[in-house]
Design a protein around this ligand. Structure first.
Ligand SMILES: CCCCCCCCCCCCCCCC(=O)OC/C=C(C)/C=C/C=C(C)/C=C/C1=C(C)CCCC1(C)C
Ligand SMILES: [Fe+2]
Length: 515
């Protein structure tokens, strides 16, 4: 899968440019045939406004949230997009400047205010962003666009209208939640977030939001913390992006990119620091896997021969990979992009195996007895277990990222196929399928094309894990219809159809298919 593709024309710059929302859906021109059973909507989130007035946003995660929708009905496709009316967007539009500090862009005080009110507005405390550009997922019968803060935004998946902002702090003791919940077949949502408690007690809280309520009340009102995991360092919690879940367990990977809380809570509002300035690498820490039972009341022994297998997309070393995602770097000419990526952490897809049955007398021995993996776990004298991974995919500066699986069939179970976005020196230029058992790979790639995270949709009644299609939004600059929805056969990774529109579609991160 190692890509030798070069991008001398630097067409990728187009996916980091502002776009206008649409008044109404536009029809797409179809090449190939969209499967007749594929009726639904692909909803995706990403940044769509990369500057306000003459103030630029600096980081990939700062542009204002734009929601995209490809609607598929009877073989026909339309495309629509709207900015979410978050507080940060509405206030930016009203004042024509960056009003709320984003991930890597600081908001300056209002230049129209006099020196005293400017001084006091600095001390008003942190105004946390509600820029929900990262993902969209269902809670009960509702849909929420999210980032990783405590603010989530209820949206209408049909009209793309913004409905309301919800502050999770009103219901739960968390400072934020990840944009990557796990959702069970009945609609129960699990997620994890940092909690900076009283007396500086730090924890990672796992949250459960129940499915649709019989009395039609909002499930968020019934949300609760189900597990609390301790932070390995007193003043510095780790940055959390996602977590793992099986039928019986939660797996949380505490990694060495830390949030410096002192900076976060004090310096930030006074000196105008951004979120990015509050992260630091902890060179001495390594990475800790935390395991907890999911439902102690209904605990059942794991069936997977007493092991939990954890497959991860990783970035090697201690440095935060987000340091390499400033827009100025991503918009460089190709030779410069390559030079910058050469210094960045290197990507690797890894498998770790956590043994569940541990006996003192086995100290120093490899506890993993699964025939199909070379990953090891050795019990140390202090009672901890040292894990070494099996590498599932590795290519220099070629990442397999934004991983997806046949979630409804395989979530938390043994599986064979992962689908991902191939990043070539951080530039998304291919879609990859990886057989995690054999390490075989398949690639879809086309000249000057910039795809997004592929979403798997199973063929109705399918019996095989990879019987279905992958949906990805692709940008091919310089053509008559430069944005298209790509439909790939998930078995062979060959093109089934594309639905093209006359619009450049800015980069999107995550999303879902709503049947
Ligand atoms: C699609 C192509 C992109 C090209 C480059 C991609 C490189 C990819 C590297 C892999 C990373 C994948 C990330 C994908 C995007 C994503 O999911 O994340 C975006 C995350 C964002 C915007 C996070 C925002 C988090 C905030 C504002 C957190 C705030 C907080 C803290 C820092 C401390 C605790 C409190 C709080 C407020 C939650
Ligand atoms: Fe993500």
């Amino acid at each position: 899968m190692v890509s030798r593709v070069e991008h001398p024309a630097a067409g990728y710059k187009k996916i980091f440019e502002s776009a206008e929302e649409l008044d109404e859906p536009i029809p797409a021109q179809i090449n190939g045939a969209i499967p007749s059973w594929l009726g639904g909507s692909l909803l995706r989130m990403g940044p769509g406004l990369f500057e306000v007035g003459d103030e630029p946003f600096h980081h990939l995660f700062d542009g204002q949230a734009l929601m995209h929708k490809f609607d598929l009905r009877n073989g026909q496709v339309t495309y629509n997009r709207k900015f979410i009316r978050t507080d940060c967007y509405v206030r930016a539009m009203t004042e024509n400047r960056v009003v709320i500090t984003e991930f890597g862009t600081m908001a300056y005080p209002d230049p129209c205010k006099n020196i005293f009110s400017r001084f006091f507005s600095y001390f008003k405390g942190i105004e946390v962003t509600d820029n929900c550009l990262v993902n969209i997922y269902p809670i009960g019968e509702d849909f929420y666009a999210v980032t990783e803060t405590n603010y989530i935004t209820k949206v209408d998946p049909d009209s793309l209208e913004t409905l309301k902002q919800v502050d999770l702090c009103k219901y739960l003791s968390v400072n934020g939640l990840t944009a990557h919940p796990h959702i069970e077949a009945d609609g129960t949502v699990y997620n994890i977030g940092n909690c900076f408690g009283k007396n500086m007690s730090l924890a990672y809280n796992i949250v459960k939001i129940p499915p649709v309520q019989k009395d039609k009340s909002d499930p968020i009102e019934k949300s609760q913390i189900v597990v609390q995991l301790p932070s390995s360092e007193r003043l510095k919690p780790s940055y959390v992006h996602s977590f793992g879940m099986t039928n019986n367990y939660f797996v949380f990977v505490e990694q060495p990119v830390k949030i410096n809380l002192l900076k976060f809570l004090s310096a930030w509002s006074i000196r105008g620091t951004t979120y990015m300035d509050c992260f630091e690498a902890c060179e001495s820490m390594g990475t800790w896997f935390h395991l907890s039972t999911k439902n102690p009341g209904a605990y059942m022994k794991a069936t997977n021969q007493g092991f939990i297998v954890v497959d991860l997309c990783t970035w090697k070393g201690h440095e935060f990979v987000y340091n390499y995602l400033y827009l100025a770097n991503l918009r460089e000419e190709w030779e410069e992009v390559k030079k910058a990526a050469a210094k960045a952490p290197q990507p690797e897809v890894r498998r770790y195996v956590l043994p569940l049955d541990i006996y003192k007398e086995e100290q120093g021995k490899n506890l993993v007895s699964l025939s199909y993996t070379t990953a090891t776990a050795v019990l140390c004298s202090d009672g901890t277990i040292w894990l070494e991974p099996e590498v599932l995919f590795s290519g220099p500066r070629q990442a397999f990222e934004f991983p997806q699986i046949n979630y409804s069939q395989c979530s938390g179970k043994k599986y064979s196929f992962a689908y991902g976005l191939g990043l070539n020196h951080f530039i998304p230029d291919r879609i990859v399928k990886l057989n995690v058992q054999t390490k075989e790979t398949w690639v879809w790639q086309e000249e000057d094309c910039y795809p997004s995270e592929p979403i798997f949709v199973a063929t109705p009644g399918a019996t095989q894990e990879d019987d279905g299609v992958l949906l990805s939004i692709v940008v091919k600059p310089g053509t008559e219809r430069p944005g298209f929805l790509l439909v790939l056969d998930a078995m062979k990774l060959t093109e089934v159809a594309r639905a093209e529109v006359n619009a450049i579609i800015p980069v999107t991160f995550h999303g879902l298919y709503k049947p």
